[in-house]
Write a protein that binds this ligand. Structure first.
Ligand code: ARG
Length: 467
């Protein structure tokens, strides 16, 4: 195509009514090609579907359609082989592709934009991109669940302290703890799938905002692009970014789950906890302290949640005051989504690697499982079950037993039967059967409870549900 003689070649596409071109600053603030080139595959896919539909509907000749389709294939190959020259003065991916198409196939290229606008085009491209990304993310989370399930299976019976308020609460198993995260990431996956189902409607054909006078077949393009149906309202089609917000919301929640797990890894790898050790592959040393093994990857996963949450906020704030329909503000929808997707993808990969390589210090877990009188509830439960004591009273009696152990600086299991009977005469030798951390965990057989047998069964069930 012949370049416009003035340096502002953007005006070759929309500049009919413009005498002068945009200033350099205008070009810089207006251009999105720096980031929206990531939509190239979706843009070309959308154009090919639109082109085929125009031919089928008799709006475009078969010859023009074939030339356009060939040209689009060539452009795809040029971009993928790194030969394509992206130009800032051509603003965005849509005009970069269309301008190159005109160079390749001449006048026919100018017919591709019939019954279409960049407004429905970008809405379609971006939906396709978010849909592809969401599918990849869902698969990555499944991989993380698989790594967690392997650890859960190996440690279905490894007793550790369970915490509330980060205070030792009751013995649980390490496998049970891993399974808690399997559930969280399972919900994250289902949120992504829900978002996918809702977003899977095709905006293409809404044109600028009002629809078009051409006899297009929106069902055909929707189907060609793998959408369930065309969107129902043309105004909504070009102004809706719910799909991006839902993706970001699901991403922010997943990042929050990753961050909580990362925090536990940071805590558990300290000399004070020593519950687990991270592999060389996921830790770093210190340049000054030779003994150090720092959990940098876990710390960074914890930190990066902040960015993903920020990206959700950023787009909510962009959208919240926009009147219908399209406003250029909406061009700023892409960077938050791209950044969130990249950040989450990396965080999931790092977490999957850390979990896969994790070594669990089962001795240390077991030794600390009883610290902090974690079987106190078992004494209270025993008083209820065996001696028929009302729970509130049993709680009080057990409190006195704990105080006694605290005074003596010993564990509950180290108290003698006489000691216990001095607190309450209804206590018998049988109570010692519930005082070990193993017995405590093994007794928690209620649905979803931490008993090793439950955990082993829950691992098998989770494999069925999630893998
Ligand atoms: N680059 C634009 C965006 O990302 C494409 C849509 C432009 N539409 C317009 N009416 N100027 O939003």
């Amino acid at each position: 195509m012949t370049q416009n003689s003035d340096q502002h070649s953007a005006s070759t596409i929309w500049g009919g009514r413009f005498a002068g071109g945009p200033s350099a600053v205008m070009q810089r603030i207006n251009a999105s090609i720096g980031f929206d080139k990531r939509l190239y595959a979706q843009d070309i896919r959308g154009s090919k579907a639109h082109c085929a539909m125009l031919v089928k509907a008799g709006i475009l000749s078969a010859a023009d359609g074939a030339a356009i389709d060939d040209g689009l294939n060539r452009i795809l190959a040029e971009i993928e082989s790194g030969q394509f020259q992206f130009k800032t003065e051509l603003e965005d991916i849509h005009m970069n592709v269309e301008t190159r198409l005109a160079e390749l196939v001449g006048e026919a290229a100018g017919r591709l934009h019939t019954a279409r606008s960049r407004n429905d085009q970008v809405a379609t491209d971006f939906r396709l991109w978010v849909r592809d990304t969401l599918d990849g993310m869902e698969g990555a989370l499944q991989g993380l669940q698989a790594a967690l399930l392997d650890k859960a299976e190996a440690h279905a019976a490894s007793i550790m302290p369970g915490f509330t308020h980060l205070q030792a609460a009751q013995p649980v198993t390490f496998g049970h703890h891993m399974l808690a995260y399997v559930e969280m990431f399972g919900r994250d996956r289902s949120r992504l799938k829900d978002a996918r189902a809702r977003m899977n409607e095709c905006p293409l054909g809404a044109a600028a905002l009002a629809g078009t006078s051409f006899p297009i077949d929106r069902h055909m393009t929707a189907q060609a692009l793998g959408f369930d149906r065309p969107t129902a309202n043309s105004l909504d089609s070009v102004s809706d970014r719910d799909f991006a917000l839902e993706f970001l919301a699901a991403a922010a929640i997943a990042a929050t789950h990753l961050s909580r797990l990362a925090e536990e890894l940071v805590l558990w790898t300290t000399a004070q906890f020593r519950f687990v050790a991270l592999s060389d592959g996921y830790t770093t040393g210190s340049s000054i302290m030779p003994q150090k093994r720092n959990p940098d990857a876990a710390e960074l996963v914890r930190a990066k949640a902040g960015r993903v949450i920020g990206n959700l906020n950023a787009l909510l704030i962009v959208m919240k005051g926009l009147p219908l329909t399209y406003s250029k503000d909406m061009q700023d929808d892409k960077e938050p989504v791209f950044e969130a997707a990249d950040t989450l993808e990396l965080s999931i990969a790092a977490m999957t690697g850390m979990i896969r390589d994790l070594t669990v210090n089962t001795q240390r877990l077991k030794d600390s499982a009883g610290a902090g009188f974690t079987t106190a509830t078992d004494i209270a439960d025993w008083l209820v079950r065996v001696a028929g004591v009302p729970f509130r009273q049993a709680h009080h009696i057990t409190g006195r037993i704990v105080r006694l152990a605290e005074e003596r600086d010993c564990g509950l299991e180290d108290l003698s039967l006489e000691d216990l009977r001095a607190v309450d005469a209804r206590i018998t030798q049988d109570v010692f059967s519930v005082l070990s951390v193993e017995a405590s965990a093994a007794s928690r057989t209620s649905h979803g409870g931490t008993a090793p047998a439950n955990v082993a069964a829950a691992v098998a069930a989770a494999r069925q549900r999630f893998l």
